[in-house]
Design a protein around this ligand. Structure first.
Ligand SMILES: Cc1cc2nc3c(=O)[nH]c(=O)nc-3n(C[C@H](O)[C@H](O)[C@H](O)COP(=O)(O)OP(=O)(O)OC[C@H]3O[C@@H](n4cnc5c(N)ncnc54)[C@H](O)[C@@H]3O)c2cc1C
Length: 388
């Protein structure tokens, strides 16, 4: 038995790694267990790296504001490149209904101090050079949002966490939790047994199975999404662009893309019908559909060379909102799960607040807003937003 840990985290991904870092900063002795051979090899590496605070949900706004603060200052604080690019998010709008949806969100976004505005079609054309102007009504632009490399960020967080004493044990899958009544006492992996005072479930798409090991259930349903990346070209596109129109081919709900700091165009779409399950093999239908949408929106992109495609999982909840806080009915377990399509951007903000919750008994953010993410809410209700 290996013991004496203050906290054991299950999962070294978008949430688990920053959580370990912020817990260690609070002086905790932390062990992070991960079934993959290194950090970020679950869904973290599938993310295209969009980071925005411009949501409509107050809890997501507050958490992502913190993440943006952490990501955007990381290089000057820690000295490591994580590919931060402050280019904003741009939603070009072509229909009256979509214009209303976007304009209706502005008051709450402004109430939370977000830098976002409706701009006219000419302004959108300046932000997205070469965009199809046919029917373009204008759109929103939020210049303080941005992009980060999920691979570089998670590697850097891991390195900094290790410097603070966090122990990472890779290729160890948690198989069982030892329980004494309502208290978790141990985790058993395929290679050992470990004890700690407190446990964190940050198991991403496999989070429900870990909850069930402690005798309760929270629905986290894997929903697969494909993405791709081109060869690099000269920087011409500052924002990450989201086209929220359903695709003319009848298969896609929205699509989004951006140019990363090193010049590649990275892209993704949301299938109209969710593709539930854990299949991560790329499909032959993705690229023809995506290419038509991309070239339809910005015709000059027809000259790009696609280098690589991949498919990953959104760990979805029924209401599209993450589940963060104390596990229901368990004395010493916390959840940072159900991140949906926004777990990379939420990771540092979630880690920061979970570390405060665990060490100080309250989150760093307004507890009333944090409560909106509570595992005790009615998780059966609501409409899931499937967008990064
Ligand atoms: C195509 C695509 C594009 C995306 N784009 C974006 C984006 O632009 N911005 C954004 O914010 N999000 C994006 N996402 C979503 C994002 O990738 C996820 O929300 C996020 O990675 C989830 O973080 P997590 O920490 O919950 O899970 P993960 O990063 O998957 O981490 C969970 C870890 O737990 C480990 N684990 C699970 N069970 C066990 C166990 N029993 N024992 C040991 N280890 C275990 C897993 O191996 C995994 O490494 C995208 C997703 C996809 C698929």
């Amino acid at each position: 038995m290996n013991g004496n840990y203050d906290v054991i985290i299950i999962g070294a991904g978008s949430v688990g790694v920053p959580t370990s870092y912020f817990l260690a900063k609070e002086g905790m002795k932390v062990l992070c267990l991960e079934s993959n051979p290194s950090s970020g090899q679950g869904q973290n590496k599938a993310a295209i790296g969009g980071v925005r605070a411009t949501h409509s949900d107050p809890a997501k706004i507050t958490i992502c504001k913190k993440s943006l603060e952490i990501f955007s200052t990381w290089k000057e604080t820690v000295g490591t490149e994580i590919g931060w690019k402050e280019g904003g998010y741009c939603f070009p709008i072509y229909t009256e209904g979509d214009e209303k949806t976007m304009r209706d969100m502005l008051p709450i976004q402004k109430k939370f101090g977000l830098n976002i505005d409706w701009i006219d079609a000419k302004g959108i054309a300046r932000a997205v050079p070469g965009i199809n102007m046919n029917g373009l009504r204008g759109g929103t632009l939020s210049p303080d949002d941005g992009q980060v490399s999920p691979l570089l960020a998670t590697e850097s967080f891991t390195r900094e966490a290790k410097k603070l004493g966090v122990e990472f044990r890779y290729r160890e899958q948690v198989k069982k939790l030892g329980m004494q009544g309502k208290t978790v006492t141990t985790v058993e992996t395929d290679r050992g047994t470990y004890s700690a005072k407190t446990f964190v479930n940050a198991a991403g798409a496999e989070a429900t199975a870990v909850c069930e090991m402690a005798g309760f259930s929270v629905p986290v349903i894997p929903d697969s999404h494909e993405a791709g990346i081109t060869s690099p070209v000269r920087q011409f596109l500052a924002p990450l662009v989201v086209d929220i129109r359903p695709g003319p081919e009848g298969m896609t709900k929205n699509f989004y893309f951006g140019q990363v700091e090193t010049g590649q165009i990275i892209f993704c779409y949301t299938p109209l019908k969710p593709i539930l399950g854990t299949d991560r093999r790329e499909t032959s239908e993705f690229m023809p559909i995506l290419a038509r949408r991309l070239v339809g929106l910005i015709p000059r992109l027809k000259n790009l060379t696609v280098r690589r495609l991949w498919r990953g999982l959104y760990p979805m909840t029924p209401d599209g909102v993450p589940v963060i806080g104390k596990a229901p009915g368990i004395d010493n377990m916390y959840l940072g799960i159900g991140m949906c399509g926004q777990g990379f951007m939420m990771g540092p903000g979630v880690g920061y607040n979970l570390a405060s919750h665990i060490t100080k008994g309250r989150p760093a953010m307004d507890p009333e807003i944090y409560e909106l993410l509570s595992p005790n809410r009615n998780l059966g209700r609501g409409k899931a937003e499937r967008l990064a």
